[in-house]
Write a protein that binds this ligand. Structure first.
Ligand code: SF4
Ligand code: SF4
Length: 463
């Protein structure tokens, strides 16, 4: 069992000991089903053993939130490129990935259906599928059970391997009670687990730490089979700090070290989301990338982040939303097999995290839960552009700085290219409809104002 220090943090010694354990885990059974002579990496996919079923789970899990868009929606309105999804799923499974995570609200509501079509072409016992009871304006038992049954239908399965109470934490314990207790949904889901139509019952967490503690306390009676948390080398110790330098209205996530430690001490399997922080850790600034390349030539920034999350014992799978084949191949290469971090590498990533924590990111992970905005604002695209400039060291902060003119031009041209004018922050009316939907706790209306003020200042070329 993990030794948690009294202040809730895991000591460096303990963490490194865990990394040693991870080395043992790396020798766990392989999930690879076939060889095709085209294997990224240099061996079989690393797998972890599910303590409940004894089944091997690939350390790389497929997050189905970012499926590739089609050039044109299909006749039934589906905006996703099903043929490409089929190819990605086939390739992933052919190279050892056996865990797929979706949700009713992903991809504007199309992810489950598209994922189900792709998976249906494979034997049911060759993959594990996870989906969720997402938030809804209508929390009636009729509507919520209909959501659950639609998941089974869209995924074309008669049981769900991993079912999650989706994104608990936002809205405090009151919201948890309303979403799952008062309407009888928790009892319903427990009965479904009893009947075997849900094989594992768990939850994903964002936000209010009190909810995390209180739902975790239910473990004694409910026996959660797993919990999904946001975990990466920045959020490990700097989840709250890395956004504190920007305006006060930013989100305030819990440190992953604490969340992981609480789960580890109860032996609850951990599923990791956002190992790349919405792609930010795959696109680190040039100086960080140069240091990474010097230490591990030929390896990407994403591979460092995947190895950080995958090195921890008790982590069964690390979810990555791989839109394109190059993302999939890179992650396969990292996880086949996954090489646990060395002592020196772990220290290096903590140093990188400290450097990044000083940057003024908006902690958007591009999950799109806030979309669509009724006024057409492209919220994630605005934040992504801003963060990209932070990442590249091209945020034009003061005309007194060297390179300000070049950075100013690059920011404004990039903004107009990334976000059509009518969808930019200037057109946000501050209605607040998006605010409660953000799992990162970002005060979106306030951030829109901040970004707009920043852009206007650049446009007027004020110092
Ligand atoms: S506050 Fe702004 S971004 Fe949010 S829903 Fe309203 S108009 Fe859209
Ligand atoms: S603003 Fe929040 S809800 Fe919207 S995409 Fe970003 S993280 Fe997701």
């Amino acid at each position: 069992m993990t030794n948690i220090e009294t202040n809730g943090r895991i000591s460096r010694r303990t963490f490194l000991k865990q990394l040693g354990l991870a080395g043992v885990l790396a020798g766990a059974p392989s999930c690879v089903r076939k060889g095709d002579g085209d294997r990224p990496g240099h061996g079989p996919m690393t797998c972890r053993t599910d303590p409940k079923t004894g089944r091997a789970v690939s350390v790389l899990g497929y997050g189905c939130m970012r499926w590739p868009p089609a050039a044109e929606p299909s006749a039934d309105g589906c905006p996703i490129d099903q043929d490409t999804v089929n190819r990605l799923v086939d390739y992933a499974m052919g190279h050892g990935v056996n865990y797929f995570d979706t949700a009713p609200i992903y991809c504007q509501g199309w992810s489950e259906r598209v994922t189900g079509i792709a998976l249906k072409r494979h034997p049911r016992d060759s993959y594990l599928v996870a989906t969720k009871m997402s938030a809804s304006d209508d929390l009636s038992p009729e509507n919520m059970t209909a959501m659950y049954r639609r998941s089974l239908a869209d995924l074309q399965v008669d049981y769900i391997d991993h079912y999650l109470l989706h994104a608990i934490g936002g809205g405090g314990m009151d919201m948890f009670e309303r979403r799952f207790v008062a309407n009888g949904m928790l009892d319903f889901l427990l009965a479904e687990r009893e009947h075997g139509r849900i094989r594992h019952l768990g939850w994903s967490f964002h936000g209010d730490i009190d909810v995390f503690k209180r739902v975790l306390d239910m473990h004694d009676t409910i026996h959660w089979d797993f919990v999904q948390i946001q975990l990466n080398y920045v959020d490990w110790r700097h989840a709250a700090a890395y956004n504190s330098d920007w305006q006060a209205a930013l989100g305030d996530n819990a440190n992953a070290e604490y969340l992981y430690g609480e789960l580890a001490r109860r032996n609850i399997p951990v599923f990791v989301m956002e190992p790349l922080l919405g792609g930010r850790l795959a696109n680190v600034d040039q100086n960080v990338l140069a240091d990474m390349k010097q230490k591990r030539p030929g390896h990407t920034a994403a591979s460092w982040a995947m190895r950080f999350a995958g090195s921890l014992p008790g982590v069964l799978t690390v979810l990555s939303g791989m839109t394109y084949m190059e993302h999939l191949k890179d992650n396969l290469s990292t996880c086949s097999p996954l090489e646990p971090l060395s002592v020196e590498e772990q220290g290096f990533l903590e140093d990188v995290a400290v450097r990044m924590a000083g940057n003024r990111y908006i902690p958007c992970t591009d999950c799109k839960y806030c979309m669509p905005c009724p006024y057409g604002i492209d919220i994630p695209a605005i934040f992504l552009h801003y963060n990209k400039c932070v990442n590249n060291g091209m945020l034009p902060e003061s005309s007194r700085h060297d390179g300000y003119g070049q950075a100013r031009r690059a920011f404004l041209i990039g903004y107009d290219r990334s976000v059509p004018r009518l969808r930019q922050a200037a057109h946000c009316i501050g209605c607040g409809r998006c605010a409660s939907k953000c799992p990162q706790g970002i005060d979106i209306p306030s951030q829109m104002q901040s970004v707009d003020r920043f852009v206007e200042r650049l446009r007027r070329d004020e110092p």
